[in-house]
Write a protein that binds this ligand. Structure first.
Ligand SMILES: Nc1nc2c(c(=O)[nH]1)N[C@H]1C(S)=C(S)[C@@H](COP(=O)(O)O)O[C@H]1N2
Ligand SMILES: [Mo]
Length: 185
């Protein structure tokens, strides 16, 4: 019993002491993978991003309470997924507007994440110019890694995932994915 309590305490301490998950050491990223529901899962380095059509975006947003204005250079997330070796998001032609089921999860080296709906930045639907930026003010991104997301029009910088290590495409799944819960109203 004493031994069990000891190990339970060690376990709890271990969990609470380490502020970052072992898989999320943070730090400056130099490449990211594109995984999940795409035609060809791929790895991107700076030079691969630079080969895509160039996008330029001037954005102003709140970061931790301060207004930041920056000029980013990068590639549109849509181009990265569709006009590159990735070869596009895989969709099922027998599912009506299957692209609208797709979810793009962007993860940073610290496991910070933001999700984007494919319909939000598909030029045929929302057309948002969500960008994978690799330069700011004509310089590399420094502590933000070799690539970060820029979502023009956002009021705050929360979706601007820096130090990207993975862009994963998933499906919202069939509805309902689990037995519907009893409505509460
Ligand atoms: N990887 C990663 N990206 C991140 C964050 C983070 O904690 N980790 N914080 C976000 C938040 S909350 C903001 S406001 C902006 C701040 O970026 P900036 O200080 O470079 O403008 O980065 C975003 N991107
Ligand atoms: Mo923030």
């Amino acid at each position: 019993m004493v031994v069990r309590t000891f190990f339970a305490a060690v376990l709890l301490l271990g969990v609470s002491i380490s502020p970052v998950h072992a898989a999320c050491p943070g730090g400056v990223s130099t490449s990211f993978t594109v995984t999940g529901g795409v035609n060809k899962p791929s790895v991107f380095y700076l030079n691969n991003l630079q080969q895509l059509p160039t996008a330029q975006e001037n954005v102003t947003y709140f970061a931790a309470g301060s207004v930041v204005s920056q000029s980013f250079t990068g590639a549109l997330l849509w181009d990265l997924l569709n006009n590159s070796p990735v070869g596009g998001i895989v969709t099922n032609p027998s599912v009506k507007n299957d692209i609208l089921h797709k979810i793009v999860i962007v993860t940073g080296s610290d496991c910070y994440q933001s999700v984007f709906g494919a319909g939000e930045f598909d030029p045929f639907f929302g057309g948002s110019q969500i960008m994978v930026a690799y330069a700011v003010g004509g310089q590399s991104l420094g502590n933000a890694g070799f690539a970060r997301i820029v979502a023009p029009g956002d009021k705050a910088g929360g979706r601007f995932v820096s130090n990207i290590v993975n862009i994963d495409v998933e499906d919202a799944g069939s509805y309902p994915s689990s037995p519907p819960s009893k409505p509460q109203w």
